[in-house]
Design a protein around this ligand. Structure first.
Ligand SMILES: C[S@@+](CC[C@H](N)C(=O)[O-])C[C@H]1O[C@@H](n2cnc3c(N)ncnc32)[C@H](O)[C@@H]1O
Length: 318
């Protein structure tokens, strides 16, 4: 297919490669670990579900060659594999792949990716990730007696911002059979937590309630100064001030995730070129089985070590 026919999807930076490398390394670990489990003759049926799939590719701008290289030093557009194409290439392969995408043009590009692999079970699903995930997991084979016990999935939640509903996370945890890579939008959440408490409007509150699955964030991140709590101070009480930084928000998010998932990894820090902490990448699982969890822990430990995880000062499971 000629390049001009492709829908270009330009997003991310060097940090995007960190994110995609961590996830695809884990996918390779996962299908290898599960290929003869629970038994070589009747192994798990593996699924990869990319809920914010994009086009399958991503385009970046890169300087070719430069002064000392072979090239001209001019900016050129380079196409790299996005999460969907990387998942197709995983070896041993996933048995089923599902790509969900809301944007029409990007969805059409995904259909073209699918047509490059006519012998693979690839389903492209148009629509909202939250709705479609629920639809997938509430239907056959996930709900089929007997067969449902052998279904196992890795779900990748890679939104631009605060699009993942808390109910979706809870639903995925409750399947007990999905490992979920979740790109938590740390910077977007911090931006909603306005420094000025009075600027917290209904829209910001709703977005924060949705991302944290509780309204408790308000008392966690805003405090009245001791002066305004003084009984003898008859001045109008001051507005509470924000007490939130990226560490605190990340810890709160991890704590909330631990309230519904049996396993929450250390987050991998996803920073932009300007050292802005944009996202925290977590691996989550609702699998209650100790052996399964220790396998997941082993699989993610390698990524956390390689890509820079953060040890959070608590490790409570539900
Ligand atoms: C960061 S990009 C995903 C990149 C992709 N994972 C990759 O590596 O190639 C986010 C994608 O999610 C899509 N999107 C945004 N909101 C969505 C929603 N609610 N449901 C499904 N897709 C959505 C966007 O159109 C965009 O293509």
């Amino acid at each position: 297919m000629a390049d001009v026919e492709r829908t270009e999807h330009t997003f991310g930076g060097g940090w995007t490669e960190i994110k995609l490398n961590a996830v695809s390394d884990y996918l390779n670990f996962y299908t290898r670990a599960l290929q003869a489990s629970p038994s070589p003759t009747n192994p798990f049926e593996t699924w990869y579900i990319d809920a914010f799939a994009g086009t399958g590719d991503r385009t970046i701008e890169s300087k070719s060659g430069g002064l000392f290289g072979q090239g001209s030093g001019v900016m050129e557009r380079v196409r790299l594999e996005g999460s969907a194409r990387r998942a197709i290439a995983v070896d041993p392969p996933f048995r089923h792949l599902v790509f969900i995408e809301k944007d029409e043009q990007r969805f059409a590009a995904l259909e073209r990716v699918k047509s490059d692999f006519p012998y693979r079970d690839i389903r492209c699903v148009p629509g909202d990730a939250n709705d479609e995930l629920r639809r997938i997991f509430s239907n056959i084979p996930w709900t089929q007696p007997g067969r449902s016990g052998l279904q196992r999935a890795v779900v990748f939640l890679d939104p631009y911002g605060m699009s993942v509903r808390w109910e979706t996370l809870r639903y995925l945890a409750d399947t007990q059979r999905a490992d979920v890579w979740y790109l938590f939008p740390l910077h977007a959440a911090l931006r909603q937590l306005s420094h000025d408490h009075a600027a917290l409007d209904a829209g910001k509150r709703a977005a924060l309630n949705e991302i944290f699955g509780t309204a408790d964030w308000e008392q966690h991140f805003y405090q009245y100064s001791p002066k305004s709590a003084d009984l003898f101070d008859f001045a109008a009480p001051a507005s509470p001030s924000r007490n939130a930084d990226p560490d605190k928000v990340e810890r709160f998010a991890a704590e909330r995730l631990r309230s519904i998932f049996s396993f929450v990894s250390e987050p991998i820090l996803i920073m932009t070129r300007h050292k802005l902490r944009q996202f925290s990448l977590f691996l989550l699982s609702g699998n209650p089985n100790e052996r399964a969890v220790s396998l997941i822990r082993k699989g993610v430990a390698a990524q956390v070590k390689k890509f820079g995880g953060r040890t959070l000062p608590f490790s409570r499971s539900r």
